[in-house]
Design a protein around this ligand. Sequence first.
Ligand SMILES: NC(=O)c1ccc[n+]([C@@H]2O[C@H](COP(=O)([O-])OP(=O)(O)OC[C@H]3O[C@@H](n4cnc5c(N)ncnc54)[C@H](O)[C@@H]3O)[C@@H](O)[C@H]2O)c1
Length: 276
Amino acid sequence: MSKGKLKDRVAVVTGAAGGLGAEAARVLASHGAKIAIIDINGEMADKMAAEICTKGGEAIAVATDISQEASVKLMVEQVVGHFGRIDILHNNAAILSNEQREGDRDVINMDVDAWDRAMAVNLRGAMLCSKYCIPEMIKLKRGSVINVASGLGAQGDLTLSAYAASKAALIMLARSIAAQYGKQGIRANALLIGLAPAENAHKSMPAEMLQIIRDNHLTPELGTPKQIADAVAFLACDESSFVTGSTLSVDGGFGSHTPSMVAMKSLFERMGSNKM
Ligand SMILES: NC(=O)c1ccc[n+]([C@@H]2O[C@H](COP(=O)([O-])OP(=O)(O)OC[C@H]3O[C@@H](n4cnc5c(N)ncnc54)[C@H](O)[C@@H]3O)[C@@H](O)[C@H]2O)c1
């Protein structure tokens, strides 16, 4: 990737105080973008913005609860007040706390508050950020909205039903935006992300569970935040100027093989077959 391909562009990155959002912010900044670090965790957002500035980039932090319309409206006013424009919106934030995961289960055992929180943050938050950022992009006749989906938004699983439904809806939200504002220069796409644990997140997962997930990725290893961030940078810049309304899988092939493949491979191995 060439340096400077996002020179002078302004990117709003939600959930950028840590994890994949922080890495996306770093990589977008490395390509020349000015970054608005948006997160409910204001202290961590400040640290992230300071990190980018220390490395010679430009960034501000705006503590925002993206599920609240007034908070998002104020955030966009602050970003435009500071940088004068918005070119890129990376809808990355999601509520993924342990409390949330415990409540967001199979449908019969769903904690309805967890369902509502998932929809409010993951889905309504992305809609609200789009609602207030897109008019700024239309002024420039150019813009890129990047929604973060997940394999769970495309395939059924045993738990996290609210998270999964919100992620599926984010794919559709990107298509709606692409259809509605494409003629005004706005592109919108979704990223379907595989497991790319940030920082030490994977250390909290039981090793056996991690191995099952690793086996179901077609790549030698799970993803890294940098690999995801590089795909964000691609969708943000002009190299993807003819890509809109699409869902780009950045999942190490997790969603592209037959559901039986891993079990079959193990069966062949046990049978001493040379089929694999
Ligand atoms: N890490 C992975 O392997 C993986 C896999 C598939 C999809 N994803 C998706 O990637 C995105 C980032 O995941 P992550 O692992 O970095 O998660 P994370 O929990 O580390 O980061 C999420 C960020 O969102 C912020 N946030 C939560 N509620 C908010 C609110 N109301 N307003 C503003 N900010 C809020 C949190 O403070 C946090 O900084 C999420 O959308 C997630 O669903 C991640």
